[in-house]
Write a protein that binds this ligand. Structure first.
Ligand code: NAP
Length: 160
């Protein structure tokens, strides 16, 4: 199955697959991962579900913040933010511009079947949590370890 080369996923995942606990990230931010996240997504569109948008606080500057919510009508127009009532519309709007899907689990589940590339930072510890990254079918992806250090492994998935 061919993916959409403009759609990419970026996430940090605990060793046991956890990505969040009770709507919070259950680990302290890793500076190197944060820097890389900002580098990858700079000047592009970042796509997030409404929970992630609510939970992360300020909008990401120097990026277009696209938020998926079923409740578009009640949202106030704010500079830098665009709302979509359906993830399909994220794909069809500005179709030839890079979009980074940054979470949460709902968005990862949907866009994993569309994205052509994923960058996952795997922490080397387990964390307790109630949200997990979706199952990755390894026969779908070419997998390359880009970095392996004591704190995390950075893995590139490219759709075959
Ligand atoms: N580890 C990581 O890299 C990482 C990254 C990002 C976030 N997170 C964590 O993930 C948590 C949130 O994940 P989540 O899965 O609960 O939420 P989410 O994916 O951020 O957002 C879910 C919301 O998106 C909207 N939505 C989802 N599918 C939709 C559809 N088909 N049509 C219209 N709207 C749709 C709905 O918003 P409405 O309810 O408004 O309709 C839904 O409640 C955050 O609290 C954060 O801690 C972790």
């Amino acid at each position: 199955m061919s993916g959409n080369k403009y759609i990419k996923i970026i996430a940090t995942v605990a060793n046991n697959g956890v990505i969040a606990d009770n709507r919070e990230i259950p680990w302290d931010a890793n500076l190197k991962i944060t820097e890389e996240f900002l580098d990858y997504t700079k000047n592009s569109i970042v796509v997030m579900g409404n929970h992630t948008f609510q939970d992360r606080g300020p909008i990401l500057v120097n990026r277009k913040n696209w938020v998926v919510t079923s409740n578009v009508k009640n949202k106030r127009r704010t500079k830098g933010i665009k709302y979509f009532d359906n993830p399909e519309k994220v794909i069809t709007t500005n179709p030839r511009t890079n979009k980074w899907v940054i979470g949460g689990a709902d968005m990862f589940r949907y866009f994993m079947f569309v994205a052509n590339e994923m960058i996952l930072f795997y922490l080397k510890k387990d964390y307790e949590g109630d949200l997990h990254f979706p199952v990755i079918y390894e026969d779908v992806w070419d997998i390359k370890i880009l970095e392996d250090n004591p704190d995390f492994k950075k893995v590139l998935y490219k759709r075959k």
